[in-house]
Design a protein around this ligand. Structure first.
Ligand SMILES: NC(=O)c1ccc[n+]([C@@H]2O[C@H](COP(=O)([O-])OP(=O)(O)OC[C@H]3O[C@@H](n4cnc5c(N)ncnc54)[C@H](OP(=O)(O)O)[C@@H]3O)[C@@H](O)[C@H]2O)c1
Length: 292
């Protein structure tokens, strides 16, 4: 699998989004299938896995997804020492399924420690601030992440759901080269984070499109019907429309690392092969023309 740079790490150009292994109405796989899906990703050469503390069936099972990822890495037959796991903190879930944000130093520290326990590690490879806490100054929360990195609890810092101004603040606090990644929604149906994608390219920051196929459920399955150009190119190349979508995202910059979700081994096995699908200039132009 081709590789790309994610902060200090060299990782596969396609990552695994682990969220569907723990959430989804009636679609959550059983534990064996969840572990098999992670193993299929590793078999396909995936060396970056994205998870989060809140990816869990319920508020009182937070850490569920992180624990599955850790169990799958432990039970994999091959060498996993080069696999980078990114997790996230900053969104709260409470009794009665109440959701919130908390960027306080106390909460972020507690969340990080819980993620370390769930991931069964003493240092988190990539710790991402999941979503801004609008009650706090952005730079103050980034300073907390910087402190955790300086303490050696976190190897690299990322942010998620950030706009251009917030990315600039994070660069200011962490220094040029100090922000490893920005994880924002980006797909054929959600293209409004293109400015952030381009800004990241200018600063050598990895851009991780989340829900890169449009999200779980019908959006990802029907992407070739909603946007026929992906179906047409896929048909001509003998590959799935999903693979063409991911190849298009990869073609937007060397810093783009899509993290397609999967709850079945077949999905990630197929998606991973997008790393080796080079689109022609004509194919890329046809895709861009569809969005005009
Ligand atoms: N930072 C954030 O705020 C945020 C928010 C949402 C998501 N995320 C991250 O982004 C990751 C990806 O997003 P997502 O899971 O919401 O949506 P997605 O990647 O756009 O779509 C996932 C769905 O696509 C299907 N799929 C994947 N590859 C396929 C293929 N080659 N052919 C056919 N179907 C395919 C999967 O089907 P099966 O289930 O049948 O395998 C899965 O249901 C998440 O797992 C999570 O790690 C982050």
């Amino acid at each position: 699998m081709r590789t790309r740079q994610l902060g200090p790490f060299t990782v596969s150009a396609i990552g695994l989004g682990a969220m569907p292994l723990s959430s989804g109405h009636n679609t959550r796989p059983d534990r064996d299938q969840a572990i098999a899906t992670v193993h299929a990703a590793l078999d396909a050469g995936v060396t970056f896995i994205d998870t989060a503390d809140i990816y869990a069936p319920s508020w009182d099972t937070m850490g569920h997804n992180e624990a599955i990822v850790a169990a799958a890495l432990r039970s994999y037959g091959g060498d996993t020492s080069g696999v980078i796991v990114g997790t996230k903190g900053g969104i709260t879930r409470g009794e009665g399924e109440t959701w919130g944000r908390d960027g306080s130093p106390q909460y972020i520290r507690r969340a990080l420690e819980a993620s370390m326990r769930a991931l069964d590690t003493e240092v988190i490879d990539l710790y991402q601030w999941h979503r801004p806490d609008r009650w706090r100054a952005y730079h103050e929360v980034i300073e907390t992440f910087k402190t955790l990195q300086e303490e050696g609890k976190v190897r690299a810092v990322g942010i998620s759901n950030a706009n251009v101004e917030e990315i600039e603040v994070a660069i200011e606090v962490l220094g040029e080269g100090g922000l490893a990644s920005v994880q924002n929604e980006f797909s054929p149906r959600f293209r409004s984070s293109r400015d952030e994608l381009e800004l990241c390219g200018e600063h050598g920051i990895a851009f991780l499109p989340w829900s890169p196929l449009g999200g779980t459920g019908a959006h990802s399955k029907e992407v070739g019907r909603t946007f026929p150009v992906f179906h047409e190119i896929g048909r001509d190349r003998g590959v799935s429309p999903q693979r063409v979508v991911l190849a298009w995202e990869l073609s937007l910059g060397e810093h783009v690392i899509p993290i397609p979700g999967a709850s079945r081994p077949e999905s990630i096995t197929d998606s991973a092969q997008a790393a080796d699908l080079d689109l022609t200039d004509d194919e890329r132009a046809r895709i861009e023309a569809q969005f005009r």
